[in-house]
Each structure stands twice: as structure tokens, then as C-alpha cells.
Design a protein around this ligand. Structure first.
Ligand code: BES
Ligand code: ZN
Length: 921
């Protein structure tokens, strides 16, 4: 410093002042930096245990780096013991360690450091497990040293029967009932197995060791590194995993067979099943090997573990779970039996496998930062599972079938009680409910919308760089947008925020005036009211032919398009105008009367693609239900589909028919027979074309369609179908391999049988129960359960419902039997009320309970019933079912309004007769 304090002039004082200021600033910076290293503030920040309660996330003054876990399940006593040593980075001065644990009893805990740091072993002065928050708080009398230490905890727990955490599943082997031990940790249940930082962003490596009976198969995420047998027990150690989130850790212990194959780059893939069922794993194995190879190309990153195991678990709450390297499945979602599985079962297996394997990259390698971004995992895996299935089975036309996903997304998101894709999560208990059609189906649909806007190539390139950038780490929704924005040069974030940060979606009204088309967006709600939302909508439109297309972004409430200017043709000259070409957009379209009529004719003349035919029908149905279009126009439109051949379009026509059938029975019972006749006529052609038996070499889609058409005709009580079904069923009872009733048509036959069953005519019911008891194929069991529920007899309905809660039905399967007939819905509601305490106790801790509420409540169609339901649940609401109760009640209101509107349609009777019996009737 060249300043001499003795000889200062006036200007020098200024310099001196500046100098002091600078120096003080530097000093302050140093103090702050030191304070960061030795934070004095944190020391006093947490003084009492109470401060940790009710927090959505764990405090981060200790960060786990590595878990060394040892577990010893006792399959007969249904208990387990365990110990965990967690390498921790203590980054903040603290007297507390706060981590997650639930329903574990803690035997001992201590923290030790390398002798260079502290030779002392720190024992907590207080250990408190706060079950309602799922946290374990260890309090020490003195501050723990900053740096790397080892937290060791010994614990015990119960192998529960609730299909979460570390649980038991049962199976029969050589006539003997046995238990297996299984884990299901997503979303927040790893804490039920071992104390841990159970948040997706707390990634660490896992070294697992199991002590298990010597004769059993014991699997975990990684390959076995060492196995030592000592008499009846063996100790199995697994290689240490790469860093990963706790919810992806997995263990399975039981008796299994397997089939094995390898990918072209040497990843060992196995499918495990119950002993004797190994062959049923072959189809999934084939799909898995091909899919791993495909994703390696798509993401430009190879599968990151040395092996992949997939295993069928007899008791499993979800459909499947993507645990890193050890994917667990329901039997119905993994096993395929050549003789007794249907085409629909085969497709389900393919879609579930491709979905779970997508997570090995999207979810496991790159993990959402917090549950708010769950949709990234689930929406993306759902979308890409179709991409993979399309590449493996192009003849399935799976992208057309994808529209069934979009429809379900639109259906849920049309409720006032929906939620945004990115949803705030403030408590672990709230996570279960967001594994719903918004995260999965709306999520997948907005990804499809974006991909079609950006183009397949830039989309894939950006995804590959996203995966590379965030591998072995975490990401948020905006990280994905940033990658896509960079790769495409388009304003992805701005566009997509309008779809992920607000709930709902728009309906675009199109009106033709002079030579112009006027577009106007407003939020679509199934209740008929209109919401506040506004979106940036990628509009696509074609006129008269698919060669004439115009695309633009609708960024404002309304816009006008000069057709002559933009497409070189007048509105009048277009034989039809279709928006949302190929149904890639997540919105509905409402056409003015003229445009709608032109589209109807275009359908009759078969000028539109299957996806567009699907979209027109689906939008019209939704608008009708929202009382924005009379039922007569929906029925007239449905009449344009008599020559329809496409599976997905017909499948939608079936579900639309069955819904309209029900609402007409409520609103205008005197017209019910005629509307039924009209629907039966719609399906007659297809039924005749397909028949009851599989044809040699027929397409997968025909096999799917046959099942659905015949089931619909059975539900509509078409005499011919009921008689034919009963004849074939008798043959089947004597010969389960008869070609007269192949797997694809079995459900139709079962539904048909149940239409004729009553308390005084039980034989069909008894026969079905016999088939249920005799089969060991889960797909056959669920087929039967869903058919049993369709019985219109109230006495039988009650018997069926009670059967669902008996020990003969696994609790994972009861939900299939809840979708009762219209005649049975009152019985089901009374049954739900009478059994609520039991249902709450059995299912209350998982997401399956939401199905009990929605399946039983949603079919009602009166305001009185809505009120009754509201009153019943008012004192019984819990965070895990709160949203579902509100959504189900909203649906009842929507139905009730719809009934009123149909009652006010004066020309309905004439229209229905004309449609059912022709103009001359
Ligand atoms: N991650 C889920 C499994 C899951 C669901 C865990 C709910 C916890 C709560 C898995 O990847 C999944 O999405 N499974 C689907 C199947 C898929 C094909 C849609 C399922 O379970 O239905
Ligand atoms: Zn998933």
C-alpha cells in the first residue's frame, strides 16, 4: 500500500476513506466465508426436537453418501431385523440428526468419525420416532464435528401385509402356503424398511447384504458379489450400486423359477416367476431385451447396471415398480400364457415392461428433484412406452390406441377438482394421490403434443443431452424445458408452463364467417361452466384433404384466420375442416353447426384418419356431457360410424355407448330400449365379421376388438349374444381348452352369464366361482371378478361385493369387482357404507382405497345422492382420499346436470326411434 498516513492532503482523505471501505468489505467477506465453514448460526438454529415436526422436507445439515444395509427377514414370524451404517457428510454444526423412519423399533444408534477427527463415539441422548411425520430424530448433548462420519443404527420391523415398505406376499408351493418378502418403496416407504434420507434428491450408493434361508432365491438391485451358506441360513452380499434414490432400492426373497437372455451388449436379463410358471415369462423377456437395446439408442446412453431382473409378485398394489435393476410386477402385468392369456393381456405386458424400463433412464438415472415433478417420471415413461411398443409391434397401431390415455387425462382434467401437472407437495401423505391420470395421462399427452410441435428428431436429440447432463443426479421440469429449448430453438418453457403449471385445458370454438375462421379458447369443464384458464395452444388444421394443413400458436383468447390468404381456399369450398389434426393437442374442439355437419359427412365418406374420427367422437361426447350440445347431435354423429372398422375408434364408440345407455336409463327410462337397440345395431356388423373364435393369422387388433364388441353386446343384453355365450360357456366348463371360447372372448361370455343370474337362478354364478377357484392364472381371476360385478341382480351384487372382501380375493384384486351394474349401484353404496370401517382398515394406508370411493360413488346421477355422499364422508375424510372424494362428488353433480338437460330435450324421442329403426318406422 503506497499511502503514507502522515502527509495527507484533502483528496487523500477521500482515497483513505475508500481504502477503509474496501478493507472493511474484504474483512467482512472473509468473516462470512469463515462463518460458512464453521456456521455459528446453525448451532443455535435448532434447539428443540419439536421444530422438526410437520416439515415437508428433511433439514439438510447431514447428507448421506453411502448406505451399508443388512437385513434378516423372518418369513414365518413375519418380522425382520436389520442394521444400517450410513456414511454421512455433516455440513452444518448440529446437535441433531433428522432422518426418516416409520414403524421401526430402534435398538441402538451412534455416530462415529475417523480416529483422526474424533476418537469419540457419539451416542444420542434422546431417540424419538415421530410416526405421523415419518421422521426419526437423534439428539446429542454436544455438537457433532463437521465432516464425514458414520451413523450406525440397529432396528427391527414387521413384514406387513399392506403391500408397502418391506412386506410379505403369499403363494402356494407343493400345496403348502408360503410367504415371500418383498419391498415396495415408492413413493415414501423405504423408511419402513431402514432409517434413511427418504427423498428422491438424497442420492447415495447402496451396499446390501441379506441373511435368508439357504433354499430361497434372494434378489436385490445389483448382482450377487458373495454368497456364504451356513446351514439353514445363507448370507448374500450384493455389489455396491451406483448412486441412486432410496425409493428405488429393492429386495425380494422367496422361491422362484426364471428364464434368461442377454442384450446385444451383454446385459443379463431375467424374468422370475412362481415355480412352474417360467415359460410365462418368455414374452416379457423378449420385450425387455429389445426395449433395453432401443432405449440405449434413443437416449444415447447404455443401460447403467450389469443386470436386469424382472419378477412377478402375487400381492402387489400398483401394476409394476421400476426398482433399479430389479423391477417388480403384478403377475397380470408380466406373465403371458399362450393358452389362456388374451391379446389385451399381451399388450398390457408389453406396455408395462416398456414403461418400467424407460424409468431405468428417466427416473432412475435422472431422478425428479421432488415429488412436484413426479409427472416427469410417469408422464414421460407413459409416452415413451408407446414409442417402444410401436417400434416392437407396429401392427398394433399403438399411437392410435394412445388416444385412450389422452381421453382419460382430459376426463379427469375436466373437473374443477383437478390439479396442475406440477403440484405442490407439502407432506409425504399427499404423494400417493398424485399417481393419477394427470401425472400419467395428461403428462404423456402434453409430451406428445410438444414432440409433434418440435419434431421427432430435435426432440430426441434434446432428450439425449438432458439425460447426459443430469445422469446420476436430479432434475426439475424446467431442466427438461431448458434442454428442449436449446435443442430446438423454440420457446419451450413459455409454451409448456401454460400446460404444466395450471390445471385444466381449453376448448377451442371454431366458427366460419365469410371467408374467415374465428377461433376462441376458453377453459373446458365437464360441469358446463367455463373456467378462467388460458393456454398457448399449438393449433393445427386441415381442410378438405390432409395435404392442406396450417399450423399456428393461439396465444390469445381469440384469433381470426383468413382461409383464402393462408390456405388458398374459401371456407365454402372446403368439404371439411378438422382442427387438432391427428389429435396431438391436449384440447377439445367445438365446431359450429355447419362445420360439424361437414365432418359428420366426411366420416361417413371415410375421408378422415382413425385418430381424427376418434377425436371428433370424443369431443362431441364431452361437449354433450357438459350440456353444450344436445344428445340428439351426439347420437346422430354416432350413427356415422356404422361402417367403422378401426379398433380404437370402435372401442371409444363402445365406451361412449355404454355411458349414454346408463344416462338415458336415468333421464328418460322410456327411451332406454330404443337407444339400446341403436347401439346394438352399431356393433352388429363388427360382431358378425369377427365371430366368437380366433381366426388363424388374424391381427392383434381384431382379437382385441372381438373381446370388446362381444362384451359390450353382452352388457347391452343382446339376446343373440347372450344365447351364444351361454352355449359356449357350457362347453368351456367341461373343457377349459376348447377353441369355442378362446381367452379373448371369455370375459364377454362371463358378462353374458351374469346378466341372467339371480338369487333364484344361481347356477351361472356358481360355475364362474368354480372357474375362479380352479384357475391359477391371475388374468383369469381378474377377468372373472370384473364380470361378476356386472350382474343386474341386487342380491347377487351384494354377494359379489362381500366375496371381494373374503380371503379368496387378494386385496390387490378387490377393486376389479367394484364396477357394478346400474341396477347394483345403490346396493354397492350401502355396502360401502356398511363396510367402510373394514375397508378403511384394510386399504386405508394405500392408494387402492381411492378406487373404492370413485368406483362406487361416480356412477350416481342425482343431486340428492351427491349430498348424501358428502355427508357420509364429511367426518371420514383423510388427506389420502380427500381429492378423490371431491372429484367423485363432482362427477355425480355433472351426471345430475346432464340428466336434467336430457330431460329437457324435446325432440329426443323421435330422434332415437329414427336412429334405432330407420326413417320409415
Ligand atoms: N412408479 C410406478 C409405480 C408406482 C405407482 C409406485 C404408484 C407407487 C405408487 C410405476 O412405474 C408405474 O407407473 N406403474 C404403472 C404401470 C404403467 C404401465 C402405467 C402402474 O402401476 O399402473
Ligand atoms: Zn411409472
Amino acid at each position: 500500500m503506497g499511502l503514507m498516513l502522515g502527509s495527507l492532503r484533502r483528496t487523500d482523505y477521500k482515497t483513505l476513506f475508500r481504502y477503509i471501505k474496501l478493507r472493511t468489505h474484504q474483512l467482512l467477506c472473509v468473516i462470512l466465508r469463515v462463518a460458512k465453514l464453521f456456521p455459528l448460526t446453525a448451532h443455535g438454529r435448532y434447539r428443540r426436537m419439536e421444530e422438526f415436526k410437520g416439515q415437508p422436507r428433511l433439514p439438510k445439515f447431514a447428507v448421506p453418501k453411502r448406505y451399508d444395509i443388512r437385513l434378516k427377514p423372518d418369513l414365518s414370524a413375519c418380522k425382520f431385523g436389520g442394521s444400517v451404517a450410513i456414511d454421512l457428510d455433516i455440513v452444518d454444526n448440529t446437535r441433531f440428526i433428522v432422518l426418516n423412519a416409520v414403524e421401526l423399533s430402534i435398538d441402538n444408534a451412534s455416530v462415529s468419525f475417523s480416529p483422526r477427527r474424533s476418537s469419540k463415539v457419539f451416542q444420542p441422548s434422546k431417540v424419538e420416532l415421530i410416526d405421523e411425520d415419518g421422521i426419526l430424530v437423534l439428539e446429542f448433548t454436544e455438537t457433532l464435528p463437521i465432516g464425514v462420519g458414520v451413523l450406525a443404527i440397529g432396528f427391527e420391523g414387521i413384514l406387513n401385509d399392506r403391500m408397502k415398505g418391506f412386506y410379505r406376499s403369499t403363494y402356494v408351493h407343493n400345496g403348502e402356503k408360503k410367504n415371500m418378502a418383498v419391498t415396495q418403496f415408492e413413493p415414501v416407504e423405504a423408511r419402513r424398511c431402514f432409517p434413511c434420507w427418504d427423498e428422491p434428491a438424497c442420492k447415495a450408493t447402496f451396499k446390501i447384504t441379506l441373511d435368508v434361508p439357504s433354499e430361497l432365491v434372494a434378489l436385490s438391485n445389483m448382482p450377487v458379489s458373495e454368497e456364504k451358506v451356513h446351514g439353514a441360513l445363507k448370507t448374500v452380499s450384493y455389489q455396491e450400486s451406483p448412486i441412486m434414490s432410496t425409493y428405488l432400492v429393492a429386495v425380494v426373497v422367496g422361491l422362484f423359477d426364471y428364464v434368461e437372455d442377454h442384450t446385444s451388449d451383454g446385459v443379463k436379463v431375467r424374468v422370475y416367476s412362481q415355480v412352474g410358471k417360467a415359460n410365462q415369462g418368455k414374452f416379457a423377456l423378449h420385450v425387455a431385451v429389445k426395449t433395453l437395446e432401443l432405449y440405449k439408442e434413443y437416449f444415447a446412453v447404455p443401460y447403467s447396471l450389469p443386470k436386469l431382473d424382472m419378477i412377478a409378485i402375487p400381492d402387489f398394489a400398483a401394476g409394476a415398480m421400476e426398482n433399479y435393476g430389479l423391477v417388480t410386477y403384478r403377475e397380470t402385468a408380466l406373465l403371458y400364457d399362450d393358452q389362456h392369456s388374451a391379446a389385451a393381456n399381451k399388450q398390457r405386458v408389453a406396455i408395462v415392461v416398456t414403461h418400467e424400463l424407460a424409468h431405468q433412464w428417466f427416473g432412475n438415472l435422472v431422478t425428479m428433484e421432488w415429488w412436484t415433478h413426479l409427472w416427469l417420471n410417469e408422464g414421460f415413461a407413459t409416452w415413451i412406452s408407446y414409442l417402444a411398443a410401436d417400434s416392437l409391434f407396429p401392427e398394433w397401431k399403438i399411437w392410435t390406441q394412445f388416444l385412450a390415455e389422452t381421453t382419460e387425462g382430459l376426463r379427469l382434467d375436466g373437473l374443477q377438482e383437478s390439479h396442475p401437472i406440477e403440484v405442490d407437495i407439502n407432506h409425504a401423505g399427499e404423494v400417493d394421490e398424485i399417481f393419477d391420470a394427470i401425472s400419467y395421462r395428461k403428462g404423456a399427452s402434453v409430451i406428445r403434443m410438444l414432440q409433434s410441435y418440435l419434431g421427432a428428431k430435435p426432440f430426441q436429440g434434446s432428450l439425449a443431452s438432458y439425460i447426459k447432463k443430469h445422469a446420476y443426479s436430479n432434475a426439475k421440469t424446467e431442466d427438461l424445458w431448458a434442454a428442449l429449448e436449446e435443442g430446438s430453438g423454440e420457446p419451450v418453457k413459455k409454451l409448456m408452463n401454460s400446460w404444466t403449471k395450471q390445471k385444466g385445458y381449453p376448448v377451442v370454438s371454431v366458427k366460419a364467417k365469410d371467408q374467415k375462421l374465428k377461433f376462441e379458447q376458453s377453459q373446458f369443464l365437464s360441469s358446463g361452466s367455463s373456467g378462467e384458464g388460458q393456454w398457448i395452444i399449438p393449433i393445427t388444421l386441415c381442410c378438405g384433404s390432409y395435404d392442406k394443413q396450417k399450423n399456428f400458436l393461439l396465444q390469445t383468447k381469440s384469433e381470426t384466420l383468413d382461409m383464402e390468404e393462408s390456405l388458398g381456399c374459401s371456407v365454402a369450398a372446403c368439404s371439411w375442416i378438422k382442427l387438432n389434426v391427428d389429435q396431438t393437442g391436449f384440447y377439445r374442439v367445438k365446431y359450429d353447426e355447419d362445420l360439424a355437419a361437414k365432418l359428420r359427412h366426411a366420416i361417413e365418406r371415410q375421408e378422415l384418419t382413425a385418430t381424427d374420427r376418434f377425436g371428433i367422437l370424443d369431443d362431441s361426447f364431452a361437449l354433450c356431457m357438459a350440456c353444450q350440445q344436445p344428445l340428439t347431435s351426439l347420437l346422430a354423429l354416432m350413427g356415422a360410424y356404422t361402417e367403422e372398422l378401426d379398433y380404437t375408434v370402435l372401442s371409444n364408440l363402445i365406451s361412449t355407448s355404454l355411458k349414454v345407455d346408463r344416462i338415458v336409463a336415468d333421464a328418460r327410462p322410456e327411451l332406454a330400449d330404443n337407444t339400446r337397440q341403436f347401439f346394438i345395431n352399431l356393433f352388429r356388423n363388427s360382431a358378425e365379421r369377427l365371430g366368437w373364435e380366433s381366426k388363424k393369422g388374424e391381427s392383434h387388433l381384431d382379437a382385441l376388438l372381438r373381446g370388446e364388441i362381444l362384451t359390450a353386446l353382452a352388457e347391452l343384453e343382446d339376446d343373440e349374444t347372450l344365447n351364444e355365450a351361454s352355449r359356449r360357456f357350457q362347453v368351456y366348463l367341461n373343457d377349459r381348452n376348447t377353441p369355442l371360447l378362446p381367452p379373448d372372448t371369455r370375459k364377454a361370455a362371463y358378462v353374458a352369464i351374469m346378466q341372467k343370474v339371480s338369487t333364484s337362478n344361481r347356477s351361472g354364478f356358481e360355475s364362474l366361482l368354480r372357474v375362479y377357484r380352479e384357475t391359477d392364472l391371475s388374468q383369469e381371476k381378474t377377468r372373472i371378478l370384473s364380470a361378476l360385478a356386472s350382474c343386474p341382480d341386487k342380491g347377487i351384487t351384494l354377494e359379489v361385493l362381500n366375496f371381494l372382501l373374503s380371503s379368496e380375493v387378494r386385496s390387490q384384486d378387490a377393486v376389479f369387482g367394484l364396477y357394478v351394474s346400474r341396477e347394483g349401484r345403490e346396493t354397492a353404496w350401502k355396502w360401502l357404507k356398511d363396510n367402510w370401517d373394514h375397508i378403511e382398515k384394510t386399504y386405508g394406508s394405500g392408494f387402492l382405497i381411492t378406487r373404492f370411493v370413485s368406483a362406487v360413488v361416480s356412477p350416481f346421477a342425482s343431486f340428492e345422492k351427491a349430498k348424501e355422499v358428502e355427508e357420509f364422508f364429511a367426518p371420514r375424510t383423510k388427506p389420502s382420499i380427500a381429492r378423490t372424494i371431491k372429484q367423485s362428488i363432482e362427477r355425480v353433480h355433472i351426471n345430475a346436470k346432464w340428466v336434467q338437460s336430457i330431460q329437457n330435450e324435446e325432440d329426443l324421442a323421435d330422434a332415437v326411434i329414427e336412429l334405432a329403426y330407420g326413417e320409415d318406422y
